[in-house]
Design a protein around this ligand. Structure first.
Ligand SMILES: Nc1nc2c(c(=O)[nH]1)N[C@H]1C(S)=C(S)[C@@H](COP(=O)(O)OP(=O)(O)OC[C@H]3O[C@@H](n4cnc5c(=O)[nH]c(N)nc54)[C@H](O)[C@@H]3O)O[C@H]1N2
Ligand SMILES: Nc1nc2c(c(=O)[nH]1)N[C@H]1C(S)=C(S)[C@@H](COP(=O)(O)OP(=O)(O)OC[C@H]3O[C@@H](n4cnc5c(=O)[nH]c(N)nc54)[C@H](O)[C@@H]3O)O[C@H]1N2
Ligand code: SF4
Ligand SMILES: [Mo]
Length: 738
């Protein structure tokens, strides 16, 4: 692996000119950096280790960090380009305010804070405290996530705080809590390498968690059978032993049918079921009638393939089941998750070497960010805001009366609906771009226009922020110290490499200043990120997500510590459940009866096709960050409509022709991409683009009743070919912000 600094010159010298990395403006690549900072990629939940090269308070390149145990130096296309954000000309360098009809103008920090405070006080005075809501995000570190949770409850005094993990991790979180009483993947990923069967449900790992494929391929090289459940033949599915091309929205039927076969053929671990679980009879009863014929009809998967999956899963001695948003972004996301967990429990393959189960955490801090209290129903340590004991404990840590602690608030999409109804009048957001990422975004846009006041903390002017009255320029990942928790459950250190540019400030300093000006200074006397972490440790103590024994020093000495880690002499817990002490009230892992339900929206004569949405490798989430990195844009400049050639022929659609996609919420045009890798009844659109290119003009606001996650992965649509070729990406300004 290369150890030279990764500069354009060195890469071209090593690999030839084809890589054609953009030279960093004004930085002669041959210079020695001032500093090499070991930290982690700012993007997905893998949190790959990376070394950033710093020169003159700028990130000028990177080197692989080969010693970091998860990725051992490997990085994906986003990871190797991430450093280009810091010097980007679009960085917000000053607080700005919107002047009606005239755009934005700079406003000094003092004036910005004054305006924000007076609007918060006016709105809360006039309409009540909960009429001012806050939205947050889990690209933020553990420290900032914790701080936001405390800030909203103690300084802003609102119950209406929620976060973008509501669009991401909540179905998995709710399912894990129900089954295990704790919400974390059960193993570190090195356990994958020796699993006999690896089952991957609803995740396009090669594009979304590229460095994870290394561990899956290790398993395959060691002889594992790889099963992939996805309506598309994704890159990982192409390397699988068995691909189950499921009709979107039917996963719980598949897992129910597999459980039916495990029971029928007695491929069960009776000792584990009897001694360490409860609810087996209920789960069994729910799948009694789910035979192979029914399963084939419901899921669209040939029955011999379902049988093959059950047989391999049933016969294995070791196995690893992983899932992500493909099964979780559903109005029955929690049920799909529980259906998967039933298969793991039935065979007792958890809490043992090479046996594991995990939901793959999406955002950079999707794991830690869902534990420390910026969810509407949660307090730090994954405590419950409605549990009197939990409220009492956290109130004592925060130095407030329990009665001052707000109760459970609305979830992210519900906050937008409440704004639309005129019940919520003010909003502060950090690290969230709901106008691109929430479903049914024509409604979201109307809601934003109804707000009396909206302020946003970000380092780029994202599409939602364009509707804000006030924008406070915050900090990038590499501009503050902190920790994040990787998808494996490993708490790692994010190291500050540089200061925010211009008059931008760190997110933490902005939140602390607002808290102070709201009169809550005495609760927020932190001098460093480590101070905040030390309070988080105490707040999480005794909770299921217990970080008490983790210190910055311990993380540095061990390149990460796995929670739970209840005391300073505790080594952390890479593999959960070896002790069989589950965190549920009865100490057992819980099966659940999962009767099959249809998706919320079905196809009919007017809307005969299934639309599903997701990601491509070179773009990240709402695209605010990656649509600004030219090379990533070139790789996939605009959203394409993936459609099977047979379906295209049926509708008279040719490759690269424009197709209008119409749903009950809206319509939008996309160039068709004819691919044989998708089911004939399904089309796919990646969602990383705003405005007319946004897939979320089409998606539905149906929510899972428990997790309140939107059903991004299935709705009904109609295809209207426009009979003309799509304009080139340049003509449609796909490169607008690159
Ligand atoms: N390149 C890139 N990587 C990312 C991100 C990114 O934006 N870009 N985002 C990060 C985040 S926050 C997340 S949450 C993860 C998401 O990671 P993934 O969950 O892997 O990504 P998605 O593309 O949303 O969906 C995964 C797959 O679900 C399939 N699918 C659709 N409907 C169904 C269904 O009904 N059942 C099943 N079984 N499968 C279905 C789709 O065909 C798709 O291949 O990625 C993380 N990594
Ligand atoms: N149709 C469809 N919609 C989807 C999905 C899908 O599969 N299909 N996936 C959903 C999923 S899984 C997710 S996670 C959401 C994500 O949706 P969002 O959270 O809205 O997406 P991001 O692009 O991460 O937006 C975060 C904003 O935070 C800013 N930001 C990033 N890091 C920091 C930081 O450290 N500090 C500050 N102050 N700002 C920061 C970025 O510049 C960006 O403007 O989208 C969801 N929407
Ligand atoms: S796999 Fe995820 S964390 Fe690793 S380099 Fe790629 S985007 Fe970054
Ligand atoms: Mo996500």
């Amino acid at each position: 692996m290369a150890t030279l600094p990764v500069t354009a010159e060195n890469l071209i010298a090593q690999f030839g000119p084809s890589l054609n990395f953009p030279p960093v403006q004004g930085y002669p690549g041959r210079d020695e950096p001032d500093e090499v900072v070991k930290t982690h990629c700012c993007f997905c939940g893998m949190q790959c280790g990376i070394k950033l090269l710093v020169k003159d308070n700028r990130i000028v390149g990177f080197e692989p960090w080969e010693e970091f145990p998860y990725n051992e130096g490997r990085l994906c296309p986003k990871g190797v380009q991430r450093y280009l954000q810091n010097n980007h000309p679009d960085r917000l360098l000053d607080p700005i305010e919107r002047v009606e009809g005239k755009g934005f103008r700079p406003i000094g920090w003092d004036a910005a804070y004054d305006r924000l405070i007076s609007e918060i006080q006016r709105i809360q005075g006039q309409y009540g405290r909960d009429a001012f809501a806050m939205l947050s995000g889990v690209s933020l570190t553990n420290e900032k996530s914790y701080l936001v949770g405390k800030f909203a409850r103690v300084a802003l005094k609102t119950k209406n705080l929620d976060y973008n993990g509501r669009l991401c991790m909540v179905s998995a979180g709710a399912g894990n809590k129900k089954a295990f009483g704790l919400d974390r993947g059960s193993n570190n990923y090195s356990d994958l390498a020796h699993a006999e069967v690896v089952m991957i449900c609803g995740t396009n790992v090669s594009e979304t968690f590229p460095t994870l494929t290394h561990w899956i391929w290790q398993a395959r090289d060691n002889g594992a059978k790889l099963i992939v459940v996805d309506p598309r033949l994704t890159p990982i599915a192409r390397t699988a032993d068995l691909h189950l091309p499921i009709r979107p929205g039917r996963d719980s039927a598949l897992y129910g049918a597999i459980l039916h076969q495990l029971i029928k053929h007695d491929w069960l671990d009776h000792e584990f079921i009897a001694n360490h679980t409860s609810g087996f009879e209920e789960a069994k009863k729910a799948v009694e009638s789910y035979d192979l014929e029914w399963a084939e009809r419901t899921t669209g998967i040939p029955k011999d393939k379902i049988m093959q999956a059950a047989q391999w899963w049933g016969a294995a001695k070791t196995s690893f089941l992983m899932h992500a948003r493909g099964i979780e972004h559903h109005s029955k996301g929690v049920e799909n998750v529980l259906g998967c967990i039933n298969l793991v429990l039935a065979t007792g393959r958890i809490g043992k070497p090479y046996c594991g189960y995990a939901t793959i955490t999406g955002q950079g801090n999707g794991q830690g960010g869902r534990e420390h209290g910026h969810k509407c129903d949660q307090l730090p340590g994954n405590r419950d805001i409605e549990n009197p004991e939990h409220r009492k404990y956290i109130s004592s840590v925060w130095g407030i009366e329990e009665k001052e602690m707000p109760g459970k608030g609305l979830t992210a999409y519900e906050i937008m609906e409440a704004i639309h109804r005129g019940e919520i009048k003010g909003l502060l957001s950090i690290c969230f771009n709901p106008l691109v990422s929430l479903p049914n975004n024509n409604m979201i846009r109307e809601a934003l226009e109804k707000l009396e006041f909206y302020a946003c903390i970000d380092f780029f002017l994202n599409e939602t922020a364009r509707h804000a009255n006030l924008i406070l320029p915050g900090s990038l990942h590499e501009e503050e110290d902190g920790t994040v928790t990787t998808a494996e459950g490993r708490v790692v250190r994010i190291r500050k490499a540089i200061n925010p540019p211009g008059n931008a400030r760190t997110d933490t300093s902005i939140l602390l200043e607002i808290a102070k000006r709201l009169g809550a200074e005495k609760h927020f006397s932190f001098n460093s990120s480590e101070d905040i972490f030390n309070e988080l440790r105490v707040a999480s103590k005794g909770g299921t997500a217990d970080y008490f024994g983790i210190t910055y020093k311990k993380i540095e000495d061990n390149m990460g510590v796995f929670w739970p880690c209840p005391s300073e002499d505790h080594p952390g817990t890479p593999r959960l459940w070896e002790d069989r002490k589950f965190k549920t009230p009865d100490g057992r892992a819980h099966f659940h009866g999962v009767p099959y339900r249809e998706p919320a929206e079905l196809t009919d004569a007017d809307y005969p096709m299934i639309l599903t949405t997701g990601r491509v490798v070179s773009q990240y989430l709402s695209g605010t960050q990656t649509r600004r990195i030219g090379k990533l844009v070139e790789q996939y400049p605009e959203p394409l409509l993936e459609i099977h050639p047979q379906t295209a022929a049926r509708f008279g659609i040719k490759d690269r022709e424009l197709v209008k996609v119409v749903t009950r919420r809206g319509a939008a045009e996309f160039p068709a991409q004819l691919v044989e890798t998708i089911r004939e009844d399904t089309v796919f659109i990646p969602y990383h683009w705003p405005g007319r290119k946004s897939a979320n003009q089409l998606t539905s606001g149906h929510l899972d009743p428990i997790s309140k996650i939107p059903e991004f992965k299935v709705c009904a649509c109609r295809l209207e070919p426009q009979g003309r070729p799509a304009p080139s990406p340049a003509e449609t300004k796909a490169y607008a912000s690159a």
